[in-house]
Design a protein around this ligand. Structure first.
Ligand SMILES: Cc1ncc(COP(=O)(O)O)c(C=O)c1O
Length: 373
């Protein structure tokens, strides 16, 4: 199968282990196992549970305990609506492979996670891209979305909260997107891997799975739960649809590791404590970033409403990749070039890492931007 290289992942692979100040990171500062157990307040008994695990393949769709906990992140879902996957990256791939056939109309917003347009393109689908624009606060223009979907789209893929812009579709907006999908007869996939990191309220906005009968939510433990190392995600959607996903999943997943399943369960049993920590980090750090942007004459942005990333516009006549390479090589600060996300003229910053890394990185970036060119 021919597929376009994954721009962001290739950039990360190239520099992530070589940089000093990682402002390309999109996870809320990751937890160690010890920190997780301490937040859960249950070190001893979890270690006993871990030792008792017999390392079989385990329950194929994920343990009942875990699937019930994942269902609990939604308003109207239960165990049979949950399928556990290898990260959200696995969840997204399975959804596209299950639904999309050559010639199908697929609509994707852009910028977004590249899987949502490059996988259907590789399958030979008729992919229509709806550009998210600054003047709309990076929300999709609904007339453009309806036109792109037409009357027979197979799938509309959105990403809410959005990576890289931090734009957030609230429930009324999401319902309008669902109406467009309904009129077109389309499935609506929302990659909700950043759900739980809103800047306002309790931090969690409605899921597409709860507002639309053909809504599919993908998400994971990686971003808002700070546990990317578990490599554990899920698809939530109608039970019949998940049976179709299982046909694909048998070929590339079998099951997810039992140790990962246990630690994800422990984390979700303490979800309030973990999400409270995440909100504290994303809200505190965005205030730091916002003050920095206000003081930088060459930088502007649309302030994120959620997520862990922002898209910075820069007022320099340099390709984004060249700028990012000079920045990382001269200062050790790593951002992500817009070119890796198909939005040239911008830089993506991940602001949810350790607050000290953010402060140090921004200070070095100020020095870099102030140099005469
Ligand atoms: C929007 C989006 N979806 C999916 C993923 C993949 O996440 P996971 O670690 O759960 O596979 C990412 C990771 O950056 C992401 O930003």
């Amino acid at each position: 199968m021919r597929i376009r290289p994954f721009g962001v992942e290739q950039w990360m692979n190239e520099y992530e282990t070589r940089c000093e100040w990682n402002l390309a990171e999109t996870c809320v500062a990751s937890l160690s196992v010890a920190e997780l157990l301490s937040l859960a307040g249950r070190g001893e008994d979890v270690l006993a549970e871990l030792q008792a695990i017999r390392l079989t393949y385990g329950p194929i769709e994920g343990s009942d305990r875990l699937r019930d906990l994942i269902a609990g992140l939604y308003e109207t879902q239960s165990r049979q609506n949950v399928l556990v996957t290898h990260g959200a990256v696995g969840a997204n791939q399975l959804v596209h492979l299950t639904l999309v056939e050559p010639g199908d109309r697929v609509v994707s917003v852009l910028p977004t996670y590249q899987q949502h347009y490059s996988i259907p393109e590789s399958i030979g689908a008729d992919v229509r891209v709806v550009r998210l624009r600054e003047e709309n606060g990076f929300l999709p223009d609904l007339d453009e979305l309806a036109e792109a979907a037409g009357d027979s789209a197979k799938l509309i893929a959105v990403n809410n909260p959005n990576n890289p812009t931090g734009a957030l579709m609230d429930e009324p907006f999401l319902r309008r997107v669902a109406e467009i999908a309904e009129r077109s007869g389309a499935w609506l996939l929302s990659d909700e891997v950043y759900r739980g990191t809103d800047q306002e309220g309790d931090g969690t906005t409605a899921s597409v799975a709860d507002v639309y009968r053909r809504g599919i939510s993908t998400a994971s433990m990686s971003k808002s739960f700070s546990l990317a190392g578990l490599r554990l995600g899920w698809v939530v959607g109608p039970a019949d649809f998940l049976h179709a996903v299982e046909v694909q999943r048998d070929y590339n997943t079998i099951s997810v590791g039992l140790v990962d399943d246990l630690l994800a369960s422990v984390a979700l049993e303490s979800k309030d404590a973990i999400l409270e920590r995440s909100r504290r980090i994303v809200r505190g750090n965005l205030a730091v970033l916002d003050a920095w942007v206000a003081g930088e004459p060459l930088i502007s942005y649309v302030k994120p409403q959620s997520g862990t990333t922002a898209l910075l516009r820069y007022d320099l006549d340099v390709p984004s990749r060249d700028l990012c390479v000079s920045l990382v090589e001269q200062t050790g600060v790593m951002l992500t070039p817009g070119s890796a996300l198909d939005v040239e003229g911008h830089l993506r910053i991940g602001y949810a890492n350790d607050p000290e890394v953010l402060r140090q990185g921004l200070a070095r970036m100020s020095g870099f931007l102030a140099r005469p060119r």
